[in-house]
Design a protein. Structure first.
Length: 120
């Protein structure tokens, strides 16, 4: 896939090569640590079995307690005949940002977000 080019008239600056390299290294390290953290979390959670709390040296270190939330998608997949009865329409007010920006571009531009993307 070809790398994108700057858009015509787009303001560009030269980024610091060392900072760019450090950012790539940090991103790789972050990914590796995130994966390692998940592996360790799963091991601890598995070792807890049905327990809802775990201690380290006699002090509470981890909990795996039930929350008042449910995996609704799985429930509805497993029990469609039971759950279909509880489905109902909900009206939710929605802000039309595209229309607002078309009518008030001078205000909207101050609230426009940016996406920082590493291209290479």
């Amino acid at each position: 896939m070809a790398l994108p080019e700057p858009k015509p008239g787009e303001l560009t600056v030269e980024a610091d090569r060392d900072l760019a390299k450090l950012l790539k290294e940090a991103a790789a390290a972050e990914k590796a640590w995130r994966e390692r953290k998940e592996q360790l979390r799963k091991k601890i959670q598995e070792s807890m079995g049905e327990a809802t709390a775990a201690l380290v040296d006699g002090e509470l270190a981890f909990t795996n307690r039930y929350k008042n939330t449910y995996r609704e998608k799985d429930l509805r997949t497993d029990y469609p005949d039971l759950t279909d009865h509880y489905v109902h329409d909900v009206v939710v007010p929605t802000f039309d940002m595209a229309q607002f920006a078309a009518v008030h571009p001078d205000i909207a531009k101050h609230y426009q977000t940016r996406a920082f993307i590493e291209v290479k």
